[in-house]
Design a protein around this ligand. Structure first.
Ligand SMILES: [Zn+2]
Ligand SMILES: [Zn+2]
Length: 271
C-alpha cells in the first residue's frame, strides 16, 4: 500500500507483512532459506544460473510491494560478494540488470540494492541483493533527475579518484552524505544501467575496501528511467554511524570523514 506524506506528498510504502520476517541475526536459526537444499523455503524460483546453481532469483517472501525480488549470489553461505569467484560476481551483475529491465516494464521505478551486515539492514547473512519495484518515482530520484536537466554533473565531475577502468570511475565525491561514501560512475553518459563490463570487479574491490572499515555496507543503483539527461551511478558506503536526530530532522548530513581522506584510504590519489 502506498501512502503520501500530508505535507511533502512523498510516497511511503506501508508493508506490515515485512515485520513478520525472521531475523537470522537476532534468533539463531539453524536453517538458511537461501542455502542449496533449502530451495523450497523460498517462493518459486524466477531464474537460476548453473546446475548446481550459483545464482538464484525468486520473489521476496515478505514483499514490500508486488515487485520485490531477491537475488542470491553464490551457493556458499559464508562467502560474501567480496569473496565469490569473479565470474559469479559478473553473472550476478548481469542478473541485476536483466531483472531491472524486466521489472521496469511493470514498475515506475526499480531500486537495486545490497544490504550487507546488521547495521546495513540485512536480516539474512547469506550473500544476496534485492530488487524492489515501486509504482512511483521516489522523491530523491525526481529531485536528482530534475537537477540533471540543466547540466550533467557526473560527466563534469572530477572529484577524488580512487581508481578507474575503461568504462567506470570509482570516486569519493565531495559533498557526499556518509563517511567513506563512494560512487561508481559509468564513463559514458547513460541514464540507466545496460551492461556490467568491469562493474563486478569494481564492486568486489569496493566491498573488500569497505569491510576493512566496517562489517556492514550498502550499495544502491541510482537509475533515472525516462530521463535521458541524467547519468546513472552506484552509491556505496560502509555503515559506521546511524543517521540520527539532526539528519532525520533536516535531511542534511554531517559527514565525519573528508572525502579526500576516504579516497586516500581506499588507495586513490588526488586528481
Ligand atoms: Zn545460506
Ligand atoms: Zn553524464
Amino acid at each position: 500500500m502506498i501512502e503520501r506524506n500530508p505535507i511533502s506528498g512523498d510516497a511511503v510504502i506501508v508493508a506490515p507483512g515485512r515485520a513478520a520476517r525472521p531475523n537470522e541475526f537476532r534468533q539463531m536459526s539453524d536453517r538458511c532459506p537461501f542455502c542449496p537444499g533449502n530451495e523450497s523455503d523460498t517462493p518459486p524460483e524466477i531464474w537460476r544460473d548453473g546446475d548446481p546453481w550459483q545464482i538464484r532469483v525468486f520473489p521476496n517472501k515478505y514483499p514490500a510491494t508486488e515487485d520485490h525480488e531477491v537475488i542470491v549470489e553464490g551457493s556458499d553461505h559464508a562467502r560474501g560478494f567480496d569473496q565469490i569467484a569473479a565470474d559469479v560476481a559478473a553473472r550476478a551483475v548481469n542478473a541485476w540488470i536483466d531483472r531491472y529491465r524486466a521489472m521496469s516494464r511493470s514498475s515506475r521505478y526499480v531500486c537495486v540494492f545490497k544490504n550487507h551486515g546488521v547495521l546495513a539492514g540485512a536480516t539474512i547473512l547469506h550473500p544476496h541483493s534485492q530488487i524492489l519495484g515501486v509504482p512511483f518515482i521516489p522523491s530523491r530520484i525526481a529531485k536528482e533527475a530534475e537537477a540533471f536537466t540543466s547540466r550533467c554533473a557526473l560527466c563534469e565531475l572530477r572529484d577524488e579518484k580512487i581508481d578507474a577502468t575503461q568504462n567506470y570511475r570509482w570516486i569519493a565525491p565531495r559533498g557526499s552524505m556518509m563517511a567513506y561514501e563512494q560512487w561508481i560512475v559509468p564513463v559514458h553518459h547513460t541514464n540507466e544501467m545496460r551492461e556490467g563490463l568491469e562493474l563486478a570487479s569494481l564492486l568486489q574491490r569496493a566491498a573488500r575496501a569497505m569491510l576493512a572499515i566496517s562489517d556492514s555496507f550498502n550499495w544502491m543503483f541510482i537509475n533515472f528511467p525516462q530521463q535521458p539527461a541524467a547519468h546513472w551511478y552506484v552509491q556505496l558506503f560502509p555503515r559506521l554511524t546511524m543517521h540520527a536526530g539532526f539528519e532525520l530532522g533536516t535531511g542534511s548530513a554531517i559527514n565525519t570523514v573528508d572525502p579526500r581522506t576516504a579516497a586516500q584510504r581506499f588507495g586513490g590519489s588526488r586528481p
